[in-house]
Design a binder for this molecule. Structure first.
Ligand code: 5AD
Ligand code: SF4
Length: 432
C-alpha cells in the first residue's frame, strides 16, 4: 500500500508543478514514506535521514525532508525533535495536504499533520494517473478494526473505510487506459470492503470484483490482504465464477496454534482457517495460497511453534512471509508476560523459513511441464529476457522474442527454483 501511496504522492506533487528527480541527491524535496509494522522498518527512517544529511549534494543545499506514512502517524512531532533536519511530518491519511504542508514548512519550523480527516484524501488527489505498469495497485479499502494484539495498523491507519464503488471504477478505467492489464485491489482488510453497486444494491468485495472484471481491457484481478474471518461465500464463489480473478489468495493465519491465535485476538482458529481453505479448494482446486506468520509471539512454546511448522507443511503454501515478533508500543502484546528470547525467535524463524522455501520449491516444481499464461511485467537481466507472472503469481523468466511488456503470452514452464521459473514462449500464442 505504501507503493500505491508513494505513486499518488508523486502524482499530487507533479500536479503542483514539481517534477520527479532521478536520484535523492538531485532532489530539492525528499519524501520518506515509512512503515511502522515492525521495529526494524520503523528505525530505518532514522538511518535514511542520517544518510540524506551526510550525502554529498550537487547543489550544496539541504533538501526539504518529509517523513510520510505510518511512522509519521505514530511518532508525530517526536520525529522532528529526534531528527531536526526533518521539515514535514505527514500521516497516511493526510498526505493530500502535502502541497500546503511544504509551503508551511518554508518558515523553518517543522509542519506536522497526523489528522485523520473526514474529507476523503482520495477526492483531493489528481484524477489522471501517470503511466502505470502492466500490474497496477488500486487501494479500495484502508484501515482495520480487528485489533490483533501485536499490530499497530488499527492505530496508524485508523478505522476500516471503503472507497466509493463509482470512484474505484473510474480509477480502474483510468489505470487500464494508462496501460494496466492487471489490477491488484489493496486494503489492510481488503475482504471487509463494502459499498453500493451500480443498481443501488449493497455489495462486498465479490461484487466489486465482478463489476471491475467487466471493464474492457482488464485481463486480471487480484486482491490483498484478506482476513480469514471475512472470506464470505460470495467471495469464494467469485473464485469459481470470475475468470479474471486469479487463482491465488494471500490469507495470513499468523500461527498454527489456536491457543496463540486466541492470545493474538485473531478471531479465528486453526480449524476454522483450514475449513475456509477447504471451501476455497472445493470450488477452485488449483488455487495457490500464501500467508503471513509471526514466530515468537509472547508465550509461544516449542509445541505452539511445531504446530505452525506442521500447518505450513499441511497447507502447502505457494509462498509465505514470516517475521520475528516485534513488540510495538501501545499494543496489548507488548506488555504481555513470557516474551520469547531473541535467540529462540531466530532459531524458529530459520526453521520456519526452511519449511516455507521447501514448500515454495515443491509448488514451483509441480508446475514444470505446464502451459500457462504469463503477463510480461519487466525486463530480465539477460538481453531479450522478460519477466512476468503466472496466474499463481509465480515469477516466470522467458526469452521474449517479439513479445513486449504488457503482453500476456502462452508459456511452457521448463525449470523451477524456489522464487522463479524458466519458460519458453510458445509460437504464435500471444493472448493479448
Ligand atoms: N511483529 C511481527 N510481525 C508483525 N506483523 C504485524 N505486526 C507485527 C509485529 N508486531 C506481520 C503480520 C502481518 C504482516 C503484515 O506483518 O504477519 O500479517
Ligand atoms: Fe493488523 Fe491485519 Fe490484525 Fe488488522 S487484521 S490488526 S492489519 S494483523
Amino acid at each position: 500500500m505504501n507503493v500505491y501511496d508513494s505513486e499518488r504522492i508523486g502524482e499530487l506533487l507533479e500536479a503542483s508543478d514539481m517534477v520527479a528527480a532521478k536520484t535523492s541527491e538531485d532532489a530539492d524535496v525528499v519524501i520518506l514514506n515509512t512503515c511502522h509494522i515492525r521495529e526494524k522498518a520503523a528505525e530505518k527512517v532514522y538511518s535514511d535521514i542520517g544518510r540524506l544529511k551526510a550525502s554529498k549534494r550537487k547543489s550544496g543545499v539541504k533538501p526539504v525532508i518529509v517523513v510520510a506514512g505510518c511512522v509519521a502517524q505514530a511518532e508525530g512531532a517526536e520525529i522532528a525533535r529526534r531528527a531536526p533536519t526533518v521539515d514535514v511530518v505527514v500521516g497516511p491519511q493526510a498526505y493530500h495536504r502535502l502541497p500546503a504542508l511544504l509551503a508551511a514548512a518554508q518558515g523553518g519550523k517543522a509542519a506536522v499533520d497526523t489528522d485523520m480527516p473526514l474529507d476523503p484524501k482520495f477526492d483531493a488527489l489528481p484524477a489522471r494517473r501517470r503511466a502505470v505498469p502492466p500490474s497496477a495497485f488500486l487501494t479500495v479499502q484502508e484501515g482495520c478494526d480487528k485489533f490483533c494484539t501485536f499490530c499497530v495498523v488499527p492505530y496508524t491507519r485508523g478505522a476500516e473505510v471503503s472507497r466509493p464503488v463509482a470512484d474505484l471504477i473510474a480509477e480502474a478505467r483510468s489505470l487500464v487506459a494508462s496501460g494496466a492489464r492487471e489490477i491488484v485491489l489493496l486494503g489492510q482488510n481488503v475482504n471487509a470492503f463494502h459499498g453500493t453497486g451500480g443498481t443501488g444494491n449493497a455489495i462486498t468485495l465479490a461484487g466489486l470484483i465482478r463489476e471491475l472484471a467487466a471493464l474492457p481491457g482488464l485481463a486480471r484481478l487480484r486482491y490483498m490482504t484478506s482476513h480469514p474471518r471475512d472470506m464470505d461465500d460470495a467471495l469464494i464463489a467469485a473464485h469459481a465464477e470470475v475468470p479474471e480473478l486469479m487463482p491465488y489468495l494471500h490469507l495470513p493465519v499468523q500461527s498454527g496454534s489456536t491457543r496463540i491465535l486466541k492470545a493474538m485476538n485473531r478471531a479465528h482458529t486453526v480449524d476454522s482457517y483450514l475449513a475456509t481453505l477447504d471451501r476455497l479448494r472445493a470450488v477452485r482446486p488449483d488455487i495457490a495460497l500464501s500467508g503471513d506468520f509471526i514466530v515468537g509471539f509472547p508465550g509461544e512454546t516449542d509445541q505452539d511453534f511445531a504446530d505452525t511448522v506442521a500447518l505450513v507443511k499441511r497447507v502447502g503454501y505457494a509462498q509465505a512471509y514470516s517475521f520475528k515478533y516485534s513488540p510495538r508500543a501501545g499494543t496489548p502484546a507488548a506488555t504481555m508476560e513470557n516474551q520469547v528470547p531473541e535467540a529462540v525467535m531466530e532459531a524458529r524463524l530459520a526453521e520456519l523459513q526452511e519449511a516455507i522455501s521447501a514448500g515454495a520449491l515443491a509448488f514451483n516444481r509441480a508446475s514444470v511441464g505446464k502451459q500457462v499464461d504469463v503477463l510480461l511485467e519487466r525486463k530480465g537481466r539477460r538481453p531479450g529476457q522478460l519477466i512476468g507472472k503466472s496466474p499463481w503469481l509465480q515469477s516466470v523468466h522467458v526469452a521474449a522474442g517479439d513479445a513486449v511488456i504488457g503482453d500476456i503470452v502462452r508459456v511452457e514452464l521448463r525449470d523451477a527454483q524456489p522464487n522463479s521459473l524458466e519458460g519458453v514462449v510458445l509460437a504464435h500464442a500471444r493472448a493479448a
